[in-house]
Write a protein that binds this ligand. Sequence first.
Ligand code: ARG
Length: 577
Amino acid sequence: MLEKLTKKIKDAFAKAGYETDVTLGASNRPELSDFQCNDALRLAKQLGKNPQDIAAEIARHLEEDPLFESVSVDGPGFLNFKMTDAFWVGQAQALLKDDRLGIPKTAQKQKIVIDYGGPNVAKPLHAGHLRSAVIGESIKQILRFSGHNVIGDVHFGDWGLQMGLVSSEIDRRRIARVYFDKSFTGKYPTQAPVTMAELSEIYPTASARAKEDDVFKKKAQTQTLRLQNGERGLRALWQHNRDTSMESIKKSYETLGVKFDLWMGEADVHDRSMDLIEKYKKAGKLEESDGAYVISVKEETDKKEMPPVLVLKSNGSVGYHTTDIATVDYRIKELAADKIIYVTDDRQKLHFEQLFRAVKKLKMVPEDFPFYHVAYGTMNGTDGKPFKTRAGGVLRLEDMIDLLQEAGMKCLADREGSDSWKEAVSRQVGVAALKFGDLINPPRSDYVLDLEAFTKFEGKTGPYIQYTGVRIQSVLKKAKDEPVLGDALQETEKELIQKIFGFQKAFELSAEKYSPHYLCMAAFEISQAFNAFYHACPILNEESKAVRSHRLALCHLTLKSLLIFAKLIGIEIPEKM
Ligand code: ARG
């Protein structure tokens, strides 16, 4: 519809003798008009004419059009358009019929790989991993809704030094001896030798030990190399630890409504890494540096430090950059990716800049291949410092889930309902509080995790959106009339339709900028407009059947928009709360 309107205005410009493209935007002064066009100003400047004259001429051509209630020239030459009720009812009608709420499917369907989550085996997750999961999941849903073929890959961190640290510590404690016995040729036990709880203690202990004890550190490095070289026992032990970690992480992600299509890890591309290193060594694309192999990615124009990419360490092991290079190769060759998006915190900016340059330099992808790094800021605690759990340690996803559930439970304290109902809904509320509280900010900004504020039933919160959805569902459940839009609009009704109309634009921006915050803002405004309408206009108690039907139709339309929103940011709207 916006396109049609724009065309109309463009035609009016043409009639006045100006062949030009025009842009129509939401009005800067919504109390006076609905849409605004500033092209008369631009033209006047180019042609050395008076902008008000041009604008007035255009206005004259449009005045008679029944779509506009009024066309006015304001300020130095802004064209302002106020639309008729009939226009807005028409919009509502069209949106009501459309399951996609007017959001077009892309004409250029792409295969997009989105790399998010990025948890590491054995290492506890930190707040950054949580943000990656929340932001990445939403971007995935948004791009999928656009019609792209999107593959979410967790890119499990399972091939670095932490693996050698864990096995060295297990070795040091003299447990699970069989995995360290090089002469053993039998079958290894099917039962994992250490549990998740033990693993979460073993890693930090080992990591701390390596900082103090050089011999231990060397041993961990050697074990990492032996593992990467395929030593049977270490590989079997690694597999157990990986499985244990993965199972626990999968469960937590599921609770948070985060689902991956691929559970691949760094280790999955190990052979590919080795083949690529061979190939590029032969082709003379790698430089030798103190026994290691690197790719220099510095460019003349660089103002900041740009260290070379380390491909093969001098001891023969591979690290973070190598697995990422091989993973790009996998995604291009095996997944036929048209675009790759990474979601990590902004401290990894340099890593990705180096990576993108390296794979382009190796000609693994064309120079203009669309890589995108969604670099997000820090999740802080209410003390303004990076968020830590109450125990003060790094975040464990299970602890976070407990915190969310607890916060959700507080919200429902005065609600009637069975324990199992409360448990389920408090989880939905807690998850929505976290996700909305995170996503209402542009990803790049830091934000404060304040669960008390995030669980308020009013303001820019997830539970406010849920509450609005619940309210609408309860009205619709009791309603007996058919939803049919009428012709006339009350002020709050019109505002509601306008806000729902604005959802398309918010979607477009969120998809284009990989930033769900536009959608969060739109959903908040829709909820606010709905609640204003709800308080101003009786629905079920309205006497006129036609008006009742009309308002029910608006309820349906609002609910539809909130349900689409919920899906896009990965929250649920409970039946009641
Ligand atoms: N495992 C990494 C970390 O904890 C994040 C992985 C991000 N993805 C990637 N392809 N490098 O920092």
